[in-house]
Design a protein around this ligand. Sequence first.
Ligand SMILES: *[C@@H]1O[C@H](CO)[C@@H](O)[C@H](O)[C@H]1NC(C)=O
Ligand SMILES: *[C@@H]1O[C@H](CO)[C@@H](O)[C@H](O)[C@H]1NC(C)=O
Length: 158
Amino acid sequence: MKNFLFIVLSAFVLSIVMNLNGQELTNLVNLDQYCFRCLCHAATKCNLSFGCVQGYCGPFKISKIYWKDAGELTLPDDDKVRAGAYEDCAISYGCAQRIVTNYFIKYARDCNGDGVTDCNDYSMINFNGGYQCRTALNNSEPGRAWLERYNTCNPVRH
Ligand SMILES: *[C@@H]1O[C@H](CO)[C@@H](O)[C@H](O)[C@H]1NC(C)=O
Ligand SMILES: *[C@@H]1O[C@H](CO)[C@@H](O)[C@H](O)[C@H]1NC(C)=O
């Protein structure tokens, strides 16, 4: 029992250290800091002053439904039921990254059917939402604009 607790505690501490390091937020395949930058660029050109516009908050344009679906994460010591908790997390790059990561843990899949789950799929998930992620981005004007921004930020070219 003691050993088990030790292992659990070690894993917990290790995961915190890995999060602080910022390189590898999860073991989700192909989700790294470069992909995050491109998702941010696709959404708002990574405008850290974007604030909340028409129901979307922060540089990744996170809606309240997305935030709820991702588990209602908050800034440290905040409370998810506090008015403003969603907005304050979504407008902070680090907190927003945690929201997006949780959302992908739930919805990661090969949206474009090319046999891999990579940043192109994460981009489709963030634009379309998890359930409808297969809709081609070039099907709508906002989707085309999103794709155009995303394409100027190739996540594998670093
Ligand atoms: C960032 O977003 C804010 C608020 O939406 C806007 O006023 C500002 O012009 C944007 N900045 C850039 C560089 O696009
Ligand atoms: C839209 O995207 C799909 C899949 O990415 C592609 O096959 C198709 O040729 C594109 N259509 C246009 C009009 O660019």
